[in-house]
Design a protein around this ligand. Structure first.
Ligand code: SF4
Ligand code: SF4
Length: 56
């Protein structure tokens, strides 16, 4: 299941820099993940300071 970014996101951009497939981009008020590109590696979750990305 693709990762998603919750409203906890503070738009720091750390996750986008770590994503190996460039699936993360800046949205209106938070970063967003393109579910069609995400390969579920978890790098975004590891990089995030507030735990916003998850695939629960
Ligand atoms: Fe990118 Fe991996 Fe996060 Fe998916 S889980 S958005 S591939 S860093
Ligand atoms: Fe948002 Fe976390 Fe990504 Fe920073 S690392 S842009 S807080 S999801």
């Amino acid at each position: 299941m693709a990762y998603k970014i919750s409203d906890e996101c503070i738009a720091c951009g750390a996750c986008a820099a770590e994503c190996p497939v460039e699936a993360i981009s800046e949205g209106d008020d938070k970063y967003v993940i393109d579910e069609d590109l995400c390969v579920e590696c978890g790098a975004c979750a590891s990089a995030c300071p507030v735990g916003a990305p998850s695939n629960d």
